[in-house]
Design a protein around this ligand. Structure first.
Ligand SMILES: Cc1ncc(COP(=O)(O)O)c(C=O)c1O
Length: 436
């Protein structure tokens, strides 16, 4: 398929020539990739000047919107004053950010401290290292269908064969069955009991019986928007602690109000973890990630020297502070809730008209719908999905597909998306499905 403009064609060719092919293993529209130039609010423009509603938010990184004036001002001012300051020194920005972040943890939930790094996978690794240092145990449990990043340590906890090398990888990770209520191993609507029993068996049979921790995403995002069913996370964390481990919650996608109903995903499950991992939308596009850990856990991680050159960068901290401020000042958590309800209602109407849509799920602005051949067998639909995906793009909306079978469309726009934009999205989806 030809590229949309000569400028796009040239960019694609230049990237092919000198950028590593390893940067292209998650292709979106491989035959005709999108070449983007700028963004504003919830929209992006490609090199031909065509505007798109961005329902990816760049993998949920653009939390409060492209070119948000508060982010621009706070980062710009910090850049002009001092663009970097390592943790060898003290600097106001990361300290103020840690204070503001800790103040957003549930009241009375503990004595929390913050450690900042640069990417989600680094933060996941840090959580694992802290858990191992604190417990003295090695093995870490994660769920099948989980995505926690692809750097060396984090990659061990991610549970997708397309993301794993067939050579020795880091040891010490076991995967328990994920409690998917739509098409999980124990059948539709099986509830949580068989999955909790299986977790106990996994710890008994695949670990030394004591573990360093268990990590859970409140909604498995890349895995196809699979929410943890009520009660699972709380009980899984109880089992984890019984086995000597720490409860780790991966809030890289679900944090900062995107769930709408709660500021943190774990709050929706009445389950307070021991370590919370943050990333993505935390910096509204600026690379920053980190962990919030109970003080005594972080203290255990001082036995050896640990340093991360760019961790606690003041520009990144300024960007992250802008997110906290805008989410509060503009009521973006409430907007995520309202827009999520609007979209869920529209998607359910769409599901009634189009039998290909087997399931609609999610919360706030972490939504997905799954295409199936037959609503009883739930066999994934792929080819029709590709055609529908292309029509959605042509109509000016960008979405990605998730899950191992790539048949779940994901809706994760910037959190300031308007009611009008949501109507546009629903209209685009209706027309894309109606075209057959
Ligand atoms: C839930 C979750 N955790 C961790 C990560 C890893 O983040 P990063 O890509 O910044 O390493 C991701 C990335 O998609 C994610 O979705």
């Amino acid at each position: 398929m030809p590229c949309s403009t000569p400028a796009a064609g040239s960019l694609i060719e230049r990237r092919r020539r000198t950028s590593s092919p390893s940067l292209g293993t998650f292709p979106l529209f491989p035959a005709d990739p999108l070449c983007l130039e700028r963004g504003q609010g919830a929209h992006v423009w490609d090199t031909s000047g065509k505007r798109y509603l961005d329902c990816t938010a760049q993998n949920l990184c653009i939390s409060v919107g492209y070119a948000h004036p508060v982010t621009l001002t706070m980062v710009g001012e910090q850049m002009g004053r001092m663009q970097h300051c390592t943790t060898l020194f003290h600097h106001e920005q990361p300290v103020a950010y840690a204070e503001e972040l800790v103040a957003r943890m549930p009241e009375g939930s503990g004595d929390w401290v913050v450690h900042l790094v640069n990417s989600g996978a680094e933060a996941i690794d840090l959580a694992f290292m802290m858990a191992r240092a604190h417990t003295g145990h090695f093995e870490m449990v994660s769920l099948r269908n989980a995505y926690h990043g692809l750097h060396f340590g984090a990659a061990g906890s991610t549970a997708f064969s397309p993301c794993r090398f067939a050579t020795a990888s880091l040891q010490g990770f076991v995967h328990a069955m994920h409690p998917d209520q739509y098409k999980g191993a124990f059948g539709p609507g099986a509830g949580i009991t068989p999955y909790l029993d299986e977790l106990r068996r996994t710890i008994f049979s695949s670990t030394a019986g004591h573990i360093a921790g268990m990590i859970i995403e409140p909604i498995q995002g890349f895995g196809g928007v699979v929410p943890m069913p009520p009660g699972y996370m709380k009980e899984a964390f109880r089992i984890t602690r019984e086995a000597g481990g720490l409860a780790i919650c991966d809030e890289v996608q679900t944090g900062f109000g995107r769930m709408g109903s709660h500021y943190w995903g774990f709050e929706a499950h009445d389950a307070v973890p021991d370590i919370v991992v943050l990333g993505k939308g935390m910096g509204n596009g600026f690379p920053i990630a980190g962990v919030i850990a109970r003080r005594e856990i972080a203290q255990s991680f001082t036995q050896v020297r640990f340093f991360n050159t760019y961790g606690s960068n003041p520009m990144a901290a300024a960007a992250a502070r802008s997110v906290l401020k805008v989410v509060d000042d503009e009521g973006l958590q409430a907007n995520a809730l309202a827009r999520g309800q609007q979209l869920l209602a529209g998607l359910h109407r769409l599901q009634q008209r189009h039998s290909l849509i087997g399931d609609v799920r999610g919360t706030g602005l972490i939504l997905g719908f799954e295409l199936v051949r037959n609503r009883t067998t739930r066999e994934p639909v792929v080819e029709e999905g590709e055609r529908i995906h292309r029509r959605i793009r042509d109509a000016g909306v960008i979405m990605v597909k998730g899950s191992a079978t790539r048949n779940t469309f994901r809706i994760n726009p910037p959190m300031g998306i308007t009611a009008e934009d949501c109507e546009v999205l629903l209209d685009v989806l209706e027309r894309a499905f109606a075209a057959g």
